[in-house]
Ligand binder design. Structure first.
Ligand code: NAD
Length: 367
């Protein structure tokens, strides 16, 4: 019997609700497939601040270190908003986790089932077959991590803040390699998004991606697009992209735009992979929904559990090599939604079900 050893960091507000749904689904498929789940739950984010005084306790990091993957919920919310920025749950838990495990590649599927085109703010005629694209975002470089980073009161009393955007060729090459793998698994089309008409880092980005593809992946059709145009094109005709690759801050913004055009954040999963292999020789990764903690609906059995369940499926695929099982879980989610069983965020005036009933239906479709 194979054992799946992973850390469970549910986090705040809807985090524990959707995590409990994903764990129920995982327990179900593990029972069917004769797999043993060996997971440890640990505090993170606001919950960890409340219980242990810090958003990423050393004990949590140790549990992650001893695991083959991290299944993450989401962190933050109004309860901790008044803390200094550095101590805020996202900044003090998620960014250090990404940095600690060098999770430099964020894969976000932008998937909208054709049956859910109503959920998108785009006109249905622009997306008659839904949306099916992938964003690959560099996650540990760029302006979020570059130094110096400071806020200073100047002698004349004015206040100056500095962030620094830094990229190395090696960082761009390793994320391009991930994008190539993703593109090869799909249509072999890759669009690299930058701001090479203005930024030095983008000039290096474009040059490096172009050289990498020419040398290592001539089978990939590479195109380049400026980020401002990419933001427009995503809203105009998202399916013109297949896989797009971009740096950290541009990816943060474009992937959120992608989430909006794909309907509900409650449907979108993500995987963050790094340089490190786990004990199975597969990529160590952190898997989480694209959305946040949704404080507005927390504790009411209203949250859509699909994003967390689909994130668990990505964990099975990438960190445990269980492709067929991941595909089966994805199919069960799709079957549930297309059969009309929906949480409020994707119901559009039709009757809706709660988190627990939605999870029951997904489990029934797995049986
Ligand atoms: P959010 O993603 O939590 O919510 C935005 C909207 O989407 C809300 O209306 C919410 O109800 C809805 N939504 C999100 N997930 C849903 C789900 N599973 N089912 C149904 N509806 C869902 O964004 P926000 O309100 O800007 O942020 C709330 C908190 O989450 C903030 O503290 C923010 O910092 C934090 N946050 C954390 C992460 C993370 O942990 N990775 C990411 C984004 C935001």
């Amino acid at each position: 019997m194979s054992t799946l050893k992973f850390a469970v960091l549910a986090g705040d507000y809807i985090g524990p609700e959707v995590m409990s749904a994903a764990l129920r689904v995982l327990e179900h498929v593990a029972g069917q497939e004769n797999l043993q789940l060996d997971y440890t739950q640990a505090d993170v984010g606001g919950a960890a601040i409340d219980r242990q005084g810090t958003a990423l306790p050393a004990s949590t990091l140790q549990i992650c270190e001893q695991s083959d993957a991290i299944l993450f919920g989401s962190v933050g919310g109004p309860k901790w908003e008044k803390l200094p920025t550095k101590e805020q749950p996202e900044r003090a838990a998620l960014l250090p986790l990404r940095k600690h495990f060098t999770l430099f590649a964020n894969l976000r599927p932008g998937l909208l089932y054709p049956e859910l085109t109503d959920a998108s703010p785009l006109k249905s005629e622009r997306i008659p077959h839904g949306i099916d694209i992938v964003c690959i975002r560099e996650l540990t470089g760029g302006i979020y991590f570059g130094q110096p980073k400071s806020t200073t009161t100047l002698p004349d009393g004015d206040v100056e803040a500095i962030d620094t955007m830094v990229y190395r060729k090696s960082e761009i090459e390793r994320i391009t390699a991930v994008a190539v793998t993703a593109a090869r698994a799909r249509k072999k089309q890759l669009c690299s998004v930058d701001k090479a008409n203005v930024l030095e880092t983008s000039v290096l980005w474009r040059k490096t991606v172009t050289a990498y593809i020419a040398e290592h992946a001539p089978d990939i059709a590479l195109s380049h697009m400026y980020v401002d145009n990419a933001a427009m094109q995503l809203a105009r005709d998202p399916n013109q992209f297949d896989v797009f690759l971009t740096e950290n801050m541009f990816g943060d913004i474009l992937s959120d735009e992608m989430a909006v055009i794909c309907g509900s954040l409650g449907m979108l999963s993500s995987a963050s992979l790094g340089a490190r292999s786990n004990s199975l020789g597969k990529p160590f990764g952190l898997y989480e929904p694209s959305g946040g903690t949704a404080p507005d609906i927390a504790g009411k059995n209203l949250a859509n559990p699909c994003a967390q369940i689909l994130s668990a499926a990505l964990m099975l695929r990438y960190s445990f090599g269980l492709e067929a099982l991941a595909t089966r879980m994805e199919a069960a989610v799709r079957q549930t939604v297309t059969s009309g069983i929906r949480t409020g965020d994707i119901a559009f005036g039709r009757p809706s079900v709660g988190t627990i009933a939605m999870t029951d239906a997904i489990i029934a479709n797995l049986s």
